[in-house]
Each structure stands twice: as structure tokens, then as C-alpha cells.
Write a new protein. Structure first.
Length: 135
């Protein structure tokens, strides 16, 4: 996690520098443009908060195989489980979402069959994953 932490803290440093330059430049040009400065402060925080959290965790956990130079490929592969078989339920879910999107264009009456398809797809996929095989 150390690499990710360094990357995110680097993003925060970049946006801090850009935000400071932008603030100085707009103040020099005649008036401080506050919305741009606040957006750059938000971008700085979006890099600093997760980056500092990852940096904090990287000091408290043992290194992952990705972080070690002596690691083998087998160490980084993780647990290999069972993969789901082919199913019709993702297609049914997509059709339900498509009908809900069409409801905004052609009329809200299309939302009812869309919701029915979504509920049936969620139920069918859940039952299929619990039993195994097709439903």
C-alpha cells in the first residue's frame, strides 16, 4: 500500500502547488476567483485524505507481495475460487434498467415493467447463486 499512498500524497502535493499558484495569480489579476480555489482545495483533499490513510496503514501492516522485491508470482495470485456459470439474469437486469431509462422519455408507465424485471432478476440471480446451476 506504500506505492498507492505515495502516489496519492503526490497528487495532493501537485494540487496544493497548483491551487496556491492559481490563488496568487487570480488575486494578482484583479480579484480572487474563489470557486476555482475551492475546487483545487477539494482536489488536494481528495489526494491527501486517502493517501495519508494508506500511508498510516502501510506502516502498520506487513508488506504485500506487490510491495516486496523478493516475492514470487504464486504469492500474489491469491485464492482462486469457483467462477459463476453463464446466466440470463444480468441480461434481464439490463433490460429492466433500459425500460426505466426509456420511462423518462416515453412515459412513466414503462417504469412498472422495468421495476418488475429488476426485482425478478435480482431474485433469480440470488436463488441461482445459492443453489448453483441455472434456475
Amino acid at each position: 500500500m506504500r506505492i498507492e499512498a505515495i502516489f496519492l500524497v503526490g497528487v495532493a502535493v501537485f494540487f496544493a502547488i497548483v491551487g496556491a499558484l492559481y490563488w496568487i495569480w487570480t488575486a494578482y489579476a484583479g480579484g480572487a476567483e474563489l470557486s476555482g480555489v475551492l475546487m483545487l482545495v477539494g482536489s488536494f483533499l481528495l489526494g491527501l485524505v486517502p493517501g495519508s490513510y494508506y500511508l498510516w496503514w502501510s506502516h502498520r501492516m506487513r508488506p504485500r507481495p506487490e510491495d516486496r522485491s523478493d516475492a514470487t508470482i504464486e504469492e500474489g495470485s491469491g485464492v482462486i475460487g469457483a467462477f459463476p456459470s453463464s446466466s440470463v439474469w444480468p441480461f434481464v437486469m439490463g433490460m429492466g434498467l433500459f425500460l426505466i431509462a426509456l420511462a423518462a422519455v416515453f412515459g412513466y408507465w414503462l417504469a412498472a415493467p422495468g421495476v418488475a424485471l429488476i426485482v425478478s432478476a435480482a431474485t433469480g440471480y440470488t436463488v441461482e447463486s445459492r443453489r448453483g446451476g441455472t434456475v
